[in-house]
Design a protein around this ligand. Sequence first.
Ligand code: ATR
Length: 292
Amino acid sequence: MVTISGKARLAGVLGWPVSHSKSPLLHNFWFERHGLDGVYVPLPVAPTDLASVVRALPRMGFLGCNVTLPHKAAMLDLVDTVDPLAAAIGAVNTVLVGKSGELNGHNTDGLGFLAHLDASVPDWRASTQRVVLVGAGGAARALAFTFLANGINELALVNRTPERAATLVGRLSDSAGAAVSALPWAERHRALEGADLLVNTTSLGMVGQPALDLDLAPLPPAAVVADIVYTPLTTPLLAEAERRGHRTVDGLGMLLHQAVPGFTHWGGTRPVVDEATRRLMLAPPVAEPNTG
Ligand code: ATR
């Protein structure tokens, strides 16, 4: 049983709506597992109330919070400092309260993806030059800037809407030494030639969505295939990649690892991401008690 004292460490997740968020489940699991006196709560906050709520958090003793839709971009202007990676991505997903109550904004989405890749395919950095990203939305932006910040200089983007890919390429190309290109959606299959890592950043393949229509034949056999979709855990893309003998990386690890920097701050200890943590996140939600 969780015991919360008057000195409990406080954190939460800001969103609107926020009821679907799995972050409370994850962070409270870690508080309990590490024997810490702390609690992590959902914070349903409408966009019009965001600024006043954010300023109030340190005054109420909160050590930080995570930020989800639709607040990630608005948070950039509400914190006192923005980490350069979050500024480049244009979104904040983690706010850490500093010693004097100042709010420091970070983006750990891309770092979470890389941490999961490090854990799943330890040699990927040595063997990766060219990365192909499918998509040009918020997730692609987070991954692309994080790849560039971590020494991957060759990125190819394929997106259904070419203007969106072109805009992102324009922003990424400002990074010194980066070779970033956008390819038309019709050429997405050919874009896989010479790729070392392929990542689907779109929602295609998610339960209720069509599968990503991508012919993996041009992909070199040694290439790693990753998906950010985690429902189902084995997307049609990953199933096809496995069938062809590629090493694959599922989307669940990104969700878990992006939470590590925040918890390390408000929990005061680095949490472990392991099989038990993965099982927790995959468990179906606890049924509502039948009060009828
Ligand atoms: P997120 O912030 O999660 O990345 P998003 O900004 O809505 O979400 O981006 C969704 C991505 O999935 C986009 O790249 C989108 O392509 P468009 O820019 O052309 O909209 C892509 N996407 C969604 N549905 C798609 C579909 N049916 N076919 C191809 N791409 C799709």
